[in-house]
Design a protein around this ligand. Sequence first.
Ligand SMILES: N[C@@H](CCC(=O)N[C@@H](CS)C(=O)NCC(=O)O)C(=O)O
Length: 212
Amino acid sequence: MYRLYWSPSTGAFAPEAVLNEIGARYERVLVDTREDQHRESDFLALNPRGQVPVLELPDGSVMTESAAMVLTLCDRHPEAELLPVQDHSARAQAYRWLFFAVANIYEADLRHAYNDRYTVDPMGGEAVQRQAEKDLDTHWGTVEQALSEDGRILPDSFSAVDIYLAMLALWHHDIPRLLGTHPRLSRLVERVRGRPALGALWKESFGHKKLS
Ligand SMILES: N[C@@H](CCC(=O)N[C@@H](CS)C(=O)NCC(=O)O)C(=O)O
């Protein structure tokens, strides 16, 4: 059985969504970042970086990095068809946009949320945050151009990368503006939200958020 160390409103959503899509058995261990549980020694022994999510595989090995978890779960459960097959060029596009999302959008979201960590100037947090907002505009613009008209990052199939992008969209500091100005992304979010396997998790994770 898989074990997912998670906290609400974090990158744990993506691997948990994939676990739901593939129908795998898993248990959740709450590491509440709001209570600083991610800084406790037991958890630091699993992830010295002190971040969620952490995924324990059925053989007891432990991994960090949400995107790596998504790829690992898709590889281990190919029957769920959440990624194109290995030798198809669409697989390369899936890697491309997942890495793009992590390296750029997730990165800018962290700068926005933890702006004080990105400057030695005690007054500099707001400037870091403004720059992160500008960068997010640029990166979401790039994604919007890459999406199909009906809101998929791979034009021929739904994929785990759509799930990952939907999660990042729901972290945006101004979701109504983001979705209002990015119609293809808005359709992607609707598609992910409508996935039968994700209903309960979506409600728990994002049910309180205003989308328009
Ligand atoms: N690259 C990591 C980033 C993980 C990460 O930044 N997690 C955040 C929540 S989304 C966290 O644990 N923040 C607590 C902290 O840094 O203090 C991943 O994709 O898993």
